[in-house]
Unconditional design. Structure first.
Length: 77
């Protein structure tokens, strides 16, 4: 019985870790897309979106405890 509970907990932790990594990958892809958009048509709106997305990525990395902390713009911390 205890082994089943431990296995269920381990499966849940693996799922949460996978989900967080997937969300971070999606956010980083969106950041890349916004960066390319900013190169072609710079705007204050896009710059704000990039800043907010960087902040979200930092929060997710801190909350999840995976990956390295964001290195870059200090305003995003």
């Amino acid at each position: 019985m205890i082994a089943a509970i431990i296995a269920a907990c381990n499966a849940f932790v693996a799922w949460v870790t996978w989900r967080l990594a997937t969300d971070l990958d999606n956010d980083e892809d969106e950041l890349d897309r916004l960066g390319k958009l900013m190169e072609h048509t710079p705007s204050a709106d896009t710059q704000l979106l990039i800043l907010r997305l960087r902040q979200r990525i930092v929060r997710k990395k801190r909350q999840g405890g995976i990956g390295k902390p964001f290195v870059g713009n200090d305003e995003a911390r």
